[in-house]
Design a protein around this ligand. Structure first.
Ligand code: SER
Length: 341
């Protein structure tokens, strides 16, 4: 049987999945196999060749997909984010770790069918870092990939381990077995900062105060930030996140010096985000009412990520700095979305 060639996208209905599917389709890559536990919004589903509702933990479903399709690229985006994961840590581990391993196994099988390594794109996160206190955070500045890999959240632990699993499957899988596969998986991972989209809202993240603040103001709703005004962490506009994923996918293998790259753009304080929102929506009612637990999580994340390695190895550079992200992408699109003046 001839397998139909597709790009597999898991977590297709999430913020990143939806934006990725738009970008893939716009570049002519319409042979997309989308998988999500919930039905996709109609306008996303129609851009895909196949949109499946299903669980990445469903072995039968995955086996069927492997036998029916050829998948030279897999974007494994499905995950439970950091706040959500703290309420159900074991369930998060199941989805974030067991799910990732199940997809990596598919990639190994696909690699041997295809006779070349499957590209496996894995979004990791600023959550893999864990700074013990605010003094350490201030002193650390922009963290490099190998620094402070001691996460304080289940999600951060899961993403860090997902990176290790990917590296293992890429380089050391079945290293002692006689029938060791000749080609590993071509595993490539990005540590994203908080992502802000003009078109979708995050579900269950801890960087959500930024998108929530902007989207609330555009709808004329009051917003109480769950972190202090002075809190800083790195962010990126969604189009840059998708661009970085596609750039890393396209990068020549010989240029890559690691499996895992930081990417980032700007690191405003929550107060600076509020100032930009108030400048765009003068009536915006924004207050700061820190939730100590969620505050603690953001406090453990670095204020900045050092993305020099991505810049050097595959030419990464964001198109949207803070000014452009707000002026050209977020504010105009969010205004249009809610019809706000
Ligand atoms: N935005 C994510 C979260 O807050 C970080 O990866 O969980």
């Amino acid at each position: 049987m001839v397998r139909k060639e597709v790009v597999l996208v898991t977590g297709a209905g999430g913020e990143m999945g939806q934006a990725l599917i738009h970008a893939l389709a716009a570049s002519g890559r319409t042979a997309i196999l989308a998988l999500d536990v919930r039905p996709l919004p109609a306008e996303i589903a129609k851009k895909c060749k196949v949109a499946l509702v299903g669980d990445i933990l469903d072995q039968n479903l995955l086996s069927r997909l492997v036998s029916e399709y050829a998948m030279p690229s897999i974007f494994h985006l499905a995950a439970l984010l950091s706040t959500r994961a703290e309420f159900t840590p074991e369930a998060a581990h199941h989805v974030n770790v067991d799910g990732t391993m199940a997809l990596l196994k598919i990639a190994v099988e696909q690699s041997s069918w295809l006779g070349k390594p499957v590209k496996f794109l894995f979004p990791s996160s600023v959550a893999v870092y864990g700074l013990p206190n605010l003094e350490a955070k201030a002193a650390a500045g922009a963290v490099k990939e190998h620094e402070w890999n001691v996460p304080q959240t289940m999600y951060g632990c899961n993403k860090l381990y997902g990176e290790h699993l990917g590296r293992y499957y890429a380089k050391h899988y079945r290293q002692l077995a006689a029938e060791r596969p000749t080609r590993g998986v071509d595993f490539r991972s990005l540590r994203f900062p908080g992502l802000i989209s003009a078109f979708t809202m995050p579900t269950g993240g801890t960087s959500d105060y930024a998108p929530e603040m902007i989207h609330a103001a555009a709808q004329g709703h009051a917003y109480a930030s769950f972190v202090r005004e002075t809190t800083r962490m790195p962010f990126m506009a969604m189009p840059d996140a998708i661009r970085s994923l596609l750039m890393l996918e396209a990068a020549p293998e010989e240029n890559l010096t690691t499996e895992v790259y930081n990417v980032t753009s700007f690191s405003p304080s929550a107060g600076q985000i509020a100032d930009r929102v108030r400048a765009a929506f003068p009536g915006a009612a924004i207050t700061f009412e820190p939730d100590l637990a969620r505050q603690g999580i953001v406090d453990s994340w670095p204020a900045e990520q050092d993305d020099r390695r991505a810049r050097a190895d595959w030419g990464w550079s964001p198109e949207y700095d803070e000014e452009r992200a707000f002026a050209d992408y977020l504010i105009p699109n969010i205004r249009k979305r809610y019809g706000s003046a």
